[in-house]
Every structure is written in C-alpha cells, then in structure tokens.
Design a protein around this ligand. Sequence first.
Ligand code: PMP
Length: 322
Amino acid sequence: ATWTPDAGWHDAGLRPYGPLSLDPATATLHYAQSIFEGLKAYRHEDGSIWTFRPDANGTRFQRSAARMALPELPVESFVESLDLLVRTDSEWVPSGGETSLYLRPFMFASEVFLGVRPAKHVTYSVIASPAGAYFASGVKPVSIWLSSEYTRAAPGGTGAAKCAGNYAASLVAQQEALVNGCDQVCFLDAQERKWVEELGGMNLYFVRADGSITTPSLTGTILEGITRDSILTLAADLQHKVEERAVSIDEWREGVASGEITEVFACGTAAVVTPLGRLAWNGGELRMGDEPGPVTQEIRTALLDIQYGRAQDRHGWMHRIM
Ligand code: PMP
C-alpha cells in the first residue's frame, strides 16, 4: 500500500513477488526512514494456520512509525495484511518440527527527493519466507561477544524502535563478534557502559539459583521484544518469580562465577529461547555451560507448545488465519 498526505493509505493489494524499481534519489536509500517487523505463521497439526500476538507487532510497528516520522498504519490493517498474504500463499507455510512462515512487514520513505525531512510518499509492504527450525540438531548454547567499543542505542535515540538504522549501527559490532569466534553481540548501555541491554536481535533473561528470573528493564534504549513480554507472563504461570530491573555486567559475571546465576538465555521471534553458553570480551571469557539449563528448556517448551497449538492458549495470544 502507498501513503500520501492527501490520500492517506491507498492502493492496497496483492502483487506477485518481485524486484522494486527505485529512483536513485528515493529518500529511504539516503536517510533510512524505514521500519520493519518480524513474526511467524505456524501450521498446527490439524492443518490450521496461526500467528502469535500479531496485534503486539502491529502496536510496536505504530510506535516505530511515530519515532521515525512515518504515517500511522492501523493495527487492524497491519493484521489484515498478514492474514491476506498468508491465506493467499498458505501452501508456503511448512508443517512439522519447528518450521514456520517468517513474515516481514516493512514501511519506508518512497518519496524521491534529497532534502532531509519526513517523506510525503511512503510504501508499506509484507514479504514472507519459509523458515526451518533455528536449531537443526537440538538446542545448542550460543556464544556471545561483549562489545566494549560500540553501543547500540543512546537515550533519546531510536533504540526502542524497530528501524533500519539500529541494525546498520549494530553490524560492525556483530562483525567483531564473528571475528572473535562468537555467534552474537551483546550491547551495554551508552552512558555508563555498565548495564546489560540486549543482543543484536534478542532480549536477555537471567535465571537465579532460587528459580527466579530477571530481565533488564525497558529503558527506552532496548527493543520491547514480544517474546520477552510473553515470557514475563509464562514464567509467572510456571511459578517462577519474575523481575524486570537493571542488570550490570558485573552482576552477570560475578553471579555466574558464584553460582547465584545458574542460566542465561536470549529470546526473540527467530530463535524463540536460546541458551547462552559463553560470554567473551577483550581479554577474558565466562563459561555458562554446554547444555541448555532446565528453566531455559521449560520456558522454551512452554512457549513453543502454545505457538504450535500443543498447549492451551490461556492468554488469547494465538490468532487464527485459516
Ligand atoms: N531485540 C532486537 C534488537 C531485535 O531485533 C529483536 C527481534 N525483533 C528482539 C530484541 C526480540 O523481539 P521479538 O521477541 O519481538 O522478536
């Protein structure tokens, strides 16, 4: 669909997948006035197809749009666009295992001009791609590189928005992680370089010896993950004490060393719940175990069981498409 100030949203419709032809002066190519979302369509055993909390993605998309001076897309239109695409291409929703159809809604400045101001021509689109299980052969702990040089987001910046620029800024740190033999990068806060924020594309949780779990609070500089939010509820359902608060990197290191922190996991749409096995930084490393811990596995299974229709959807999270 297209948005202009006079006509609002118009020209909505299904088009065959193919290249976009863009004028070289298209605003988004220069100033990254661009946002996106990521969610999955799941095929249940009875063949029905569902999304998980698409209204939450739609609400986050609205917040991202507001932060990037992009027009508001009603949540109902967002959800409807996903439903329409999935219904039309339902044969692409795989079945079996932890497979899904990954959905990528995005909005960008499609006006042709070189001045710096919010665009007056904006495009919204959704594409989809079948996704296999994130872990092909059993859940394996991943290794994390603690970035000391780079931060992801500063107060007043765009850290809480799912905008293209955040990811552009994180790439060099992700590259550093790979060069240092790690899978993912972990960012600290920009001001004190002391507080744990999140990974490149996942939020973090710490499990304590008493079974309680802690996640860094939303400070305005981390992405409000929908998986993170769902786990706050799920973990409480499973009788874990849940806490949102600031966690320092020293608390992480000392907690693992002393046995106070027994498991650390990351969470997000793509990898669901992923155990962390190792934290490395310039001059040191911390080992956190070669096998996923029991609480990590319990929460991972509880979430997947809801998403794949094997457990009762007590919170009304699932949205049936067909
Ligand atoms: N943080 C960042 C930076 C992300 O890109 C993502 C993925 N959207 C997440 C956290 C996890 O969010 P969600 O659970 O909504 O996928």
